[in-house]
Design a protein around this ligand. Structure first.
Ligand SMILES: [Zn+2]
Length: 132
């Protein structure tokens, strides 16, 4: 099947608005020059359509990836943030896989938030395509 013909969600299968009221969520601990990463993760975590999808665990229920999967990682992250509202979460699963997300990034080095966001979205896209 042509990649352009694959459908990840049926029409109407994704709500663009929050499907329920969530508590504020957790803050993210700075693990040493990870503020660029934390800010991008907070934006993604609080993007309603993405969070709605990830909180259903639809991806991980069907995921067949045996190596690193950015969608499974983001799913775990978003769930942890909303389950730990008012607390602090350490995004260790993402920090430890930084080179799987962007191979030129280094742990502990300050990086660009916008660039990290682009690489994260690309990694999530690759995970979706490889799982279909
Ligand atoms: Zn996955």
């Amino acid at each position: 099947m042509d990649l352009a013909q694959k459908v990840l969600l049926p029409p109407g299968g994704l709500s663009l608005k929050w499907t329920r009221v969530h508590p504020i969520g957790a803050g993210l601990q700075n693990m040493g020059n990870t503020c660029f990463l934390n800010s991008a993760l907070q934006c993604l975590t609080h993007t309603a359509p993405l969070a709605n999808y990830l909180l259903t665990r639809q991806h991980s229920k069907k995921c067949v990836e045996t190596e690193f999967c950015m969608m499974c990682t983001m799913e775990n992250h978003v769930i942890a943030v909303f389950e730990s509202s008012g607390d602090v979460v350490r995004p260790i699963d993402i920090v430890s896989k930084i080179t799987s997300i962007a191979d030129h990034f280094l742990c502990g080095r300050q990086e660009d938030a916008h660039e990290f966001l682009q690489h994260t979205l690309n990694a999530m896209h690759r995970s979706c395509v490889s799982n279909t």
